[in-house]
Design a protein around this ligand. Sequence first.
Ligand code: AMP
Ligand code: MG
Length: 397
Amino acid sequence: MAGDLIDIATARELVLAAVRPLGSERVPVSESLGRVLAEDLSAEEDLPPFDSSAMDGYAVIAGPEGQLEVVDESRAGHPAQRALAGGQAIEISTGALIPEGADAVVPVERVEVSDGRVTVPQTQPGANVRRAGDDVRRGQPVLSAGTLLGPAELAVAASLGHSALPVGLRPRVVVLATGDELVEPGRPLGPGQIRNSNTIALAAQAASAGADVVDTEIVRDTLDDTTAVLRAALESADVVCVSGGVSVGPHDHVKPALAELGVEERFWRVALKPGKPTWFGTRDGKLVFGLPGNPVSAMVTFHLFARPALRALAGARADDTRVSAVLDEPLRRNAARDEVVRCRLSIEEDGWHVSPTRSDQSSHVLTSMLGAEAFALVEAGEGVIEAGERVPVELLH
Ligand code: AMP
Ligand code: MG
């Protein structure tokens, strides 16, 4: 730590300590992708639900080689109409119900059929039979509360008969960008003006983190405008992310506006490069992130602090995306602040490797975010981390 700056881990803890999960709702399984499961899910039925055939072939009573009479057929979705007795076989398809009396299946490739009779080799009990509950037994826990629902989780839930799932509410987010210099893409640039990219970046990051972005807006650099827009944002959002205007310049109005609105400061300024002026505060369970205006700093600090908060508000378990990776290029340490270096990942014989996306890692070089698959976390200190040394890395996903 340097001066009154706090370190990344402490800042994250302060953010997560302020999170109160938002509650839950039931949503059709088909619409639950990317949501967070709100309750433990157990199997209410066996999966598969009945003993079934693993092959196309003949259901038999296990025993020695012999010739059997084919008396019926069991197809997927259309079980045989009769039970199997000695000396008999029932033709069966993959996934079809094993007929009563049968305890094995002989694959079609291993039989000879002629005149309604089938010659089968010696067969062991259970051969080519998938047992009911092989995959999941009734009553068994399958998914735990806090799980992020991906395609596999949705498929398992559906296979167990769930048509809807309890999921955490999506945090409502308002994204604001302060700056008189900002012009939306598509409009002509006047002297001294720049494109607004932060609302685009932050709204996209928020949506990727499962949030419902209810509004994005540019805020002019006056205390009145900043206060008015933030007041409205605090009405409609669970989380407000505002970029820029959070330093101590004469045109930085975010902190005084938030103070006037009763948002309590939890921290300001992190020993982080890029992202030093990051501000965080709360009001009645609502979270406000004052992120730096520099486009890279805004994205990096969103990822480090706002993203985990959004996930936690939806009820997600903390995900640990830290690994260690071999550095492919030397990196000079910053004396006072931990540095986040945007990196490409590669996999070599000794595990993950990282190399910076661009050698210029300045906070205004937005293209250094392109192709970034990981943040290398370079601890503050003296000297250089040499190529070949390991560094902690946070995977972006
Ligand atoms: P500030 O934190 O307001 O002093 O802004 C720091 C730097 O980030 C300045 O160069 C701004 O022009 C730039 N910046 C601020 N907001 C945005 C934005 N929404 N999109 C792109 N650049 C921005
Ligand atoms: Mg500004």
